[in-house]
Design a protein around this ligand. Structure first.
Ligand code: SAM
Length: 330
């Protein structure tokens, strides 16, 4: 079976890019997230949908975490998952938090935000140097990742790595990841297609759409163009990587076009697969799924919100985004 790195290699070679795949993917991700950092908190509408699942999950695990705890937020970005922990019933227990992200720009914003919690001892790490410092840390009582796994080239080896950071009786929570069950649920995929058609029609009725369409108003940020420009400047590519492919190099395991036919990557994640990667000493203690219509805007529309609620009841495990809770038994 051809692996994701092999498939990406073929695609890059076809575009005359002969780079080392893991290094190239990391550079692309880093440049993209460097630009995204400044707009991240206003552009990620779908993240707010995950707050409820985070708060439920943290409430679920609170009774078994009684002493002061140490937390690792891996791929912390601007600190979303850390904030979830510090705004949950666990906050009084948290003694120490390590935030690590590949992108120094993301970690700079995270550091600023965490100044609001002077009672917690924070360590902020980034880039490759931060990663080697992290390797020296003792296991944590709680390891959190949010919207991270789908960016990683080798998820299986990362998850096997994560297990070493979880102390016995500790937890790993993987939040806001694409859920395999959604992509194979024809009803939900169809409902999403219908919503997208409706959204496109509505957009055509706005002046903003026509201003963009006619080029009168330019988009205020375009992460793909900026990333391509930087890659060309660094002489890593000679011509821009097509938009969909560049997105797919960043969001490796997010299915594009809500289709199971993908050039590479997992078609979302299966809880059972992640558990298998974690190993026999882990058990799954909970899972929350949401976004039964895969579009953050569906919730803002009265008709579609009702439809969403119905679908959520009908398919509780099949939302497009999932949060999974794993416990290390021994
Ligand atoms: C979608 S953002 C999520 C950030 C944050 N966890 C949140 O929920 O807002 C993905 C983050 O993963 C980071 N990232 C991507 N690849 C990574 C890697 N190999 N190691 C660590 N962080 C990585 C990016 O820099 C980015 O900050």
């Amino acid at each position: 079976m051809t692996t994701t790195p092999e498939k990406i290699k073929v695609s890059l070679n076809n575009q005359n890019i002969h780079a080392n795949v893991p290094e190239f993917v990391e550079v692309v991700s880093n440049i993209y997230h460097q630009y995204e950092a400044s707009v991240y908190d206003i552009s990620q509408i779908s993240l707010s949908n995950s707050v409820w699942s985070w708060q439920m999950a943290l409430k679920d695990i609170q009774p078994s975490l009684i002493k002061p705890i140490r937390v690792l937020d891996y791929g912390a970005g601007t600190g979303f998952a850390t904030l979830q922990v510090l705004q949950s019933p666990l906050r009084a227990l948290v003694k120490e938090v390590v935030c690590y992200d590949l992108s120094p720009a993301m970690i700079d914003i995270c550091r600023e935000k965490m100044k609001a919690f002077p009672h917690v001892a924070f360590t902020f790490l980034s880039d490759v140097t931060g990663r080697s410092k992290l390797a020296e840390e003792k296991p944590f009582d709680l390891v959190v990742t949010n919207a991270l796994l789908h960016h990683l080239l080798e998820v299986e080896s990362f998850v096997q790595h994560i297990r070493q950071w979880v102390a016995p009786s500790g937890y790993y929570i993987a939040g806001h990841e694409p859920n395999y069950n959604f992509y194979v649920n024809e009803k939900l995929v169809e409902a999403t297609r219908k919503f997208q058609q409706y959204k496109r029609l509505r957009q055509r009725l706005t002046w903003r759409y026509w201003m963009h369409k006619t080029g009168i108003q330019k988009s205020f940020h375009d992460l793909v163009t900026l990333t391509n420009q930087e890659l060309i400047k660094r002489k890593l590519i000679v011509s821009p990587i097509p938009r969909n492919y560049l997105h797919k190099l960043v969001d490796i395991h997010v299915p594009f076009g809500i289709s199971v036919n993908q050039p590479w990557g997992e078609i979302g994640f299966q809880d059972t697969k992640i558990l298998r990667w974690l190993g026999n000493d882990f058990e799954m203690t909970g899972m929350y799924t949401y976004s039964h219509i895969k579009d953050g805007l569906a919730d803002n529309d009265l008709f579609w919100r009702k439809r969403l609620q119905k679908l959520r009841k009908q398919y509780p495990h099949d939302g497009a985004d999932a949060l999974m809770i794993f416990k290390r038994k021994f």
